[in-house]
Structures are given as structure tokens and as C-alpha cells.
Design a protein around this ligand. Sequence first.
Ligand code: PAF
Length: 282
Amino acid sequence: MHLIYSKKELQDLVAMIRRKGQSIGFVPTMGALHQGHTSLIVEALKKHPVVVVSIFVNPTQFNNAQDLEKYPRTLDQDAQFLSDYKDRVVIYAPSTREVYKNTVQSTPYNFEGIEHVMEGEHRPGHFDGVGTVLNLLFRQFMPDEAFFGEKDYQQLLIVKKLVSIEKLAIKITGCPIHRQSDGLAMSSRNKRLTPEQLKVAPFIYASLQMAKKRFSTKSALEIKKMIEQGYAQHEGLELEYFEIANIKNLKPLSRKRNNQKYRAFIAVFSGEIRLIDNIALN
Ligand code: PAF
């Protein structure tokens, strides 16, 4: 496994790989790597001889300074975590300057409304920050394909729109959510949960499964009420939002249509740690 820090080193390495006629996969991350990330890397390695894993805590996608400050930064452990991958994985851990040069600022994007609901509504500016950093990283080395987890399903749709807006010839692939055996979706933020918080957090997935079970017989409104009541009675978790939305445009469901697919989306606070999850309903 190579660990590199500068754009120049990355570009030299990529030029060498390209000279061999090999394709390049990309797994962008903010570090604090876990098995959810390895599942993306494994998928990428099935299709590409070399995979670049970026580790960069992107300041422009945080709308909360404390969240940015407390985000786990564990580069040494992350490098150790990926050490088994030998020469096929390159870790790229740039500084803020290497990514943004002198202007740490996001570009405003029009993602056709998808940026304003759910995560976008509760984290203003978040998707401009995600779009900006990915556009910068993509353009630094133009990978063939980039892999994203469906845990951040809204982000996955945003990235698909981004490559179309920016006219980048990069395939965007979504991979299934990786869960612990108790159902909790893997997330770097889980590292901040106390043992007590880890005990209650699996309720998030359990509540999504309850929603899925009711989906064929109940309306979206009835399911939403049931979920809200469930959280009102559940100590230790505070519901921020629960939505059932169309999987293509994320419009909230008002009347079910047979030929449409829906997912349920949730954001919950465990103390000050914000956790998100989602589930396919049909
Ligand atoms: O999902 C993440 O970890 C981040 O949003 C990403 C895609 C690495 C952009 O900073």
C-alpha cells in the first residue's frame, strides 16, 4: 500500500498506472476507516487493478464547527487498517491546501432540488461542500469509476448529478449499506459513541425495518406518526427527521404509485452525535 500526500505524487503514480494501460477505481473517504469502507474498496478492486482511497476531512461540507473539530482523524490507524492490500491500494491524504489551494470555499451547485431536502435541509450548504471537494479530487487524477455507500444515499444521487453537471467521464457506483451484526449501519461517527449509546443505536435500523414491514398496508403519514411516537418513547435517541421518498428524485411520498420505488430515510441524534440510515421499502 502506498501512502501519498501531494497531488504531484498522485498524478505521477496515476501516469505510471495509465502507461501500463490499467484502469483506476476511487473510494473517497474522510478517514476513520471501517468495514463499510473496506466493502467499497473490495468492490472497487474487483473491477480495477488499482484503487485510490482518499482520506480528507473536507471543511466545506460541515455546517457545524464543533462537528468538524470532533470528526475522528486517525490516519496512522487507517494506513494500518489497509496494510493488507499491498500495492493495489493507494492512500491519498492531502492537506487542505493541496485540495483547495488558497480558497477554502464551496461552489454553489444546482442539483435540481435534491440538495434541499433531508440532509440538505438540516445541513445547509452541505452538498455544495461535497460537490466542490469531489469535483476538485476527481479533476486531480480522473479515476475511471468512483464508489459510494448507499448509507449516504442522498449523497450518491448528488454525485451522479455532479459528474453530469461537470461533464466528467467517471462512472459512479453505489454499494449496499454495511451493518454491524446488531443492524447499526457502519459509520465513522460510531467511533464517538459510548458503550451505552452503542447499546441503543441499533433501534435506528429496527425502526426502519418496522417502517418497511408496514409499507404495503399503511400510508406514509401513518408510518411517519408511528416512527415519531416510537422515538418519543425511546430514551437516548432524538429523531431529527424521518421521510419516505421516491428513490430517483427524493420527493416525499404523498400517494404511492405502483411503478415507483421508495426508500425511508432517517436522521437521529444520540447525544451530540448525528447518525443517518435508510432502507429500500419496495
Ligand atoms: O461520504 C464521505 O465520507 C464524504 O462526504 C466524501 C464523499 C468523502 C466527500 O468529502
